[in-house]
Design a binder for this molecule. Structure first.
Ligand SMILES: [Mg+2]
Length: 368
């Protein structure tokens, strides 16, 4: 069975977040639309598979790389030589960077090929990865940055009322974290993602102030993201567990992160770092190093499903799935994937297990 066609489909879906966004590294202040990029692969026998790439404001660049460079390389290749194809293309294009548009594009293609593999075998992807008895996984509500204690209190309460027991904040100041902990009470697990703002010294000053709020982890506290010795210093002296990995790419980068003893929680992002093929290797590497994997999933299409299948099969009972806490005007999968009581279902159908809603694609398609 050969790859016959690769299409890229950009979507733009309006959302609200229970108050105005303060902006952050991935989007503008008061942003009200979420852009995503899907990849649809069709085989010569008519099977289709869906992937998703990380993108937001970088989507035009990723789309161009897939359409004009990666897709022509892949048409005609056998779908079962997925691992070889991914390695061939990583080698062929390594001079253009080991992260960014090329690897993001390959990630989406890899996820779509896993979807096809599952459909061809009539098995869900988690089964291909070793199987799981879990029918659902705990997830955490990943809140946007509000930078406003009142909005944080309101949205923390909203998420808890919706059933979440685990929350992630994207705030960078102490008063915002204090507001969240006061609103949540002592029993809700809170993590803090600051997206690489500080020097090591600044990060240590901040962890000292943040320690009373009992954070489960602090995520990407130092600049730049690949400052692994800096992360290790914060981990050693900061008194708060450290998480990072969403900006690591390729297996060797994760190895370096682990060799530096930089993290308590490692966060590969399947739509950024090489798809399910690379993700399963990071799970193995992290397990060998006794470090927990918390898959980064700040997206809600096939990339999210990839995360759910891998976490179910490889993540153990403590794995948490990230759920972007946006109120989207439309969901690509309708109600099928929306968490209930803070848990997300593990799809049981073949491949990724759920098909995108064609009406959502028609109504929210973005022509680039
Ligand atoms: Mg993050």
């Amino acid at each position: 069975m050969k790859i016959a066609r690769i299409e890229t489909i950009a979507l733009r879906i309006p959302f609200t977040t229970g108050g105005q966004s303060a902006g952050g590294v991935w989007g503008a202040k008061d942003l009200q639309v979420a852009d995503s990029l899907l990849v649809k692969i069709t085989t010569d026998s008519g099977l289709t598979g869906w992937g998703e790439t990380f993108g937001f404001t970088a989507i035009p660049a990723v789309k161009l790389v897939i359409d004009s460079i990666l897709a022509p390389e892949l048409i005609g290749r056998d779908v079962t030589s997925r691992e070889k194809s991914m390695l061939d293309l990583q080698k062929k294009f390594h001079v253009f960077g080991r992260s960014g548009a090329f690897i993001y594009g390959l990630s989406a293609i890899d996820i779509a090929l896993w979807d096809i593999a599952g459909k061809a075998a009539n098995q869900p992807v988690y089964q291909l990865l070793g199987g799981s008895e879990a029918t659902s996984l705990a997830c955490y509500a990943s809140l946007i940055r509000y930078a406003d204690p009142d909005l944080i209190r309101r949205n923390v309460q909203r998420a808890i009322e919706a059933g979440y027991r685990h929350l992630k904040l994207h705030e960078v100041d102490v008063e915002c974290v204090r507001a969240a902990r006061e609103a949540a009470g002592p029993d809700i697990e809170i993590t803090l993602d600051v997206n690489c703002p500080w020097t090591v010294r600044e990060a240590l000053d901040m962890t000292e102030k943040l320690r009373p709020f009992n954070l489960r982890w602090i995520e990407e506290p130092v600049w730049p993201p690949e400052n692994y010795s800096g992360l290790a210093a914060v981990r050693k002296h900061g008194g708060i567990p450290v998480a990072a990995g969403e900006n690591a790419s390729t297996l060797m980068d994760f190895q370096h992160l682990l060799e530096a003893s930089a993290v308590d929680f490692i966060q590969p992002s399947p739509a950024k770092m090489g798809g399910i093929t690379e993700l399963q290797k990071v799970f193995a590497l992290a397990n060998a190093n006794n470090v927990a994997v918390m898959v980064h999933t700040f997206y809600d299409g096939p990339g999210l499903l990839a995360s759910v299948h891998a976490s179910a099969a490889l993540g153990g009972s403590k794995a948490l799935v990230e759920w972007r806490y946006f109120d989207l005007e439309a969901q690509l999968y309708g109600d099928a994937i929306i968490p209930r009581n803070g848990r997300i279902g593990v799809p049981q159908g073949p491949g990724l297990g759920i098909e995108p809603d064609p009406d959502v694609i028609r109504d929210y398609r973005l022509e680039l």
